[in-house]
Write a protein of this length. Structure first.
Length: 318
C-alpha cells in the first residue's frame, strides 16, 4: 500500500514546490505521518474485522496474521496503542518543524529552547498562528480517533458504508490541503483537485476490496458501500472513481494557467489505470470474485506512478 501513503504526501509537496515554499524536512515528516496513519488504520481494520468474525475462512482477501494465530488480541491492542502514540508524536514534531520553518530566524528559537530563554520563547509563541495550531491539534486527534473507529467498537463507521468517504477525506483532502498549509501557512486552493484525486484512488482500492468480499461482508453485517450498492452498481461506482481521479489531476495545472505540453505529459501515466479498468471489467463479467485479488497491487502501483508523474510534470520550469 506504499502508493497510497506516499501519494498523500507527494501532492502537497509538489504544490509547495510550484509555489516556492517546499521544505524537505516537512515533506519527510508528512510522508512518515501518512505511513503511520495508514498502518494504524490497517491494524485497526484487521483487529475490528477479526473481533467481529468478518475475517474468516470464507473471506477472499489475504489471510491476516490474526487469522493465522500469529498475533493474539492482546498483542494487537498493544500495537494499536503504540501506533497511536507514534502518530501523535510525529504529528507534534511536524507542527513544531512547520512553526520553525515560518520564523524569520529559526536559529533564535532553537537557541532559546536550548538555553531556556522563556522571554524569547514567549515572544515567538505570540508571533505564531496559535488558533490554527490548536485547530491542527484537534484535527489530528479526530484523525487518530477515525483510524481506530473504522471497524472497531459497536458503532464502527466502516460497517455503515462510510469507509470510502473516510479514506477520501483523511488520506485525500485532509492530507493534501492541511499538508500544503504546513509548508507556508498559506493556501493554494488548487491543491484540492489533486488531493481529491488521491482520495478517490484510495476509495477505489477500498471499493475493490469490498466488492471482492461483498458476500462475506453482507453475511456478517458489514454494510460496506459495495454491499449497499450491490455488485453491479458498485462496479460502475468503481469506474466513476477512477475517471474522476484522472480528471481532477488535470485540474491543477489548468487552474495555475500552465500551458506547456510538458506540464500535462503525466496523462501518459494513466495507462496503468486504463489497464486496471479493463482487467476489472473482465473479472466482473465472470462470477469468480476471488479473481479481483490480484488487481489490488497494480491499482496501488498505478496510483503511485500517476502521482509521481504529476509531481514531476507540474514542477518543470517550462
Amino acid at each position: 500500500m506504499a502508493g497510497i501513503w506516499i501519494s498523500s504526501a507527494i501532492v502537497p509537496a509538489a504544490a509547495a514546490w510550484v509555489n516556492g515554499v517546499f521544505d524537505l524536512a516537512i515533506f519527510a515528516l508528512e510522508a512518515l505521518l501518512c505511513w503511520l496513519m495508514l498502518t494504524l488504520a490497517c491494524f485497526a481494520d484487521e483487529y475490528g474485522d477479526f473481533e467481529k468474525g468478518v475475517d474468516n475462512e470464507r473471506r477472499l482477501g489475504p489471510i491476516t496474521p490474526t487469522q493465522r494465530g500469529e498475533i493474539d488480541k492482546r498483542s494487537m491492542k498493544r500495537a494499536l496503542v503504540a501506533l497511536g502514540i507514534e502518530v501523535a508524536l510525529v504529528g507534534l514534531i511536524l507542527l513544531a518543524c512547520s512553526c520553525l520553518h515560518m520564523l524569520p530566524n529559526p536559529r533564535n528559537a532553537i537557541d532559546a529552547i536550548a538555553s531556556g530563554d522563556v522571554h524569547t520563547l514567549y515572544r515567538l509563541a505570540r508571533a505564531a498562528d496559535v488558533p490554527a495550531l490548536m485547530g491542527f491539534l484537534a484535527f489530528g486527534a479526530v484523525c487518530i480517533a477515525a483510524a481506530y473507529l473504522y471497524t472497531m467498537g459497536e458503532h464502527a463507521y466502516g460497517y455503515a458504508g462510510l469507509g470510502d468517504a473516510a479514506g477520501f477525506l483523511f488520506f485525500g483532502l485532509v492530507a493534501g490541503v492541511c499538508g500544503y498549509w504546513l509548508y507556508g501557512y498559506t493556501m493554494d486552493w488548487a491543491v484540492v483537485f489533486p488531493s481529491a484525486a488521491v482520495g478517490l484512488m484510495l476509495a477505489a482500492s477500498i471499493n475493490l476490496n469490498n466488492i471482492r468480499d461483498i458476500e462475506n461482508d453482507a453475511e456478517h453485517g458489514k454494510a460496506t458501500l459495495a454491499v449497499r450498492l450491490g455488485r453491479e452498481r458498485a462496479r460502475f461506482y468503481h469506474y466513476a472513481l477512477l475517471t474522476s481521479a484522472c480528471l481532477l489531476y488535470l485540474a491543477f495545472p489548468i487552474a495555475h494557467g500552465m500551458t506547456h505540453v510538458l506540464h500535462y505529459l503525466f496523462v501518459l501515466a494513466y495507462l496503468p489505470v486504463v489497464k486496471h479498468a479493463i482487467d476489472f471489467c473482465r473479472v466482473m463479467n465472470r462470477s469468480n470474485l476471488a479473481a479481483l485479488k490480484p488487481l489490488m497491487k497494480p491499482l496501488v502501483r498505478a496510483e503511485l506512478i500517476i502521482t509521481l508523474a504529476f509531481a514531476i510534470c507540474i514542477a518543470l520550469p517550462c
